[in-house]
Design a protein around this ligand. Sequence first.
Ligand code: SIN
Ligand code: CO
Length: 381
Amino acid sequence: MLKLSLADFTLEHFMQHYWQQKPVVIRQGFKGFQDLISPEELAGLACEEAVDSRLVYKKRGKWQAESGPFESYDHLGKKGWSLIVQAVNHWSPAVAELVKPFAFIPKWRLDDVMISYSRPDGGVGPHIDLYDVFICQGSGRRQWRVGDTGPHRQFAAHAALLHVDPFEAIIDVELLPGDILYIPPGFPHDGVSLEPSMSFSVGFRGKSACDMLSGLADYVIDKDLGSTLLSDPGRPVHTHQGHINASDFARIKAQLQSILDDETLVADFAGSFLSRTKCQLDLQALDEPLNADDVLAALEQQPLVRTGGLRCFYLDTTVAGGVCYVDGERHAFGAKAQAAVKALCDHDTITHTQLRAAVRLPVFVAALVQWVNAGYWYFED
Ligand code: SIN
Ligand code: CO
């Protein structure tokens, strides 16, 4: 298991003073770190339709970006290009391990593990991201410059590449295998490979109010909620017909507010919405589906492993009813399943003991069987 070592501060200190606030270099954060996937395997993944990847390079001094899947890399030289693959934790159990050392940040904030393989002088150019990222250096060395937040001009260096103007560095370091560079959103940065190198970026991203409200609107429509019309019995005589007056405005706001004040509705929406994956999962459905007895017998012998990138959550508001949200779906298993639901959401591998009370509940077992057959959770042997 990968272990994060912080020589200069504690995790508490990191969260209090750096997280979302300022970039920092964590030298040898992963001692003896070795690539979790080879460049060849990464290049192979980028040839698959379901995998989100891109190539970034310069041609006659002009930035270029191509989206995968790729058929060949023959048009690229020995230098000056990067292959970037998103959500590799969905496709490689070894890469999914890299999420575990960051369990001090809740899973709902996790975006994905993006990996880049860069040739000497390769990089994506100076840019600003909207997410927090821990860039873990694998093989090879890479020079990173990070600037301060501020009014940086952004421009399209290519239709698919948003760059920033040159910036003054507040961090200028050569990352060696095992080093980690943490960058919060809004800090311009530029990484240029000094030799063939691999970077493993564990990204965390918050949603905007816009994302949440548009998701909530979809949820409310989908579930046919909030369809009661605004009503105003006893309305006084209105004097200015074109005026939406203060009491009408208060009524309009109260109508909207009543949705947000419904704790269960918002919890069910948030759980479902946040448990949806942005990138496709590598779901390996079983060729020969198991029945309940098969699943329970296997579970007594070995743990169930959650497939990489699968998101499942519970909230205080609804967990007493054994409610959890798995890959965008709400499941309610009843109060007796509360401990099992928490264990299922908190751990990447789960044992029979942890599910003890719930395996007696037919509704829970039925869901478990469906998840195992669909590949959401799997037995390693
Ligand atoms: C990269 O690894 O090439 C890009 C990482 C980043 O700057 O976001
Ligand atoms: Co970046």
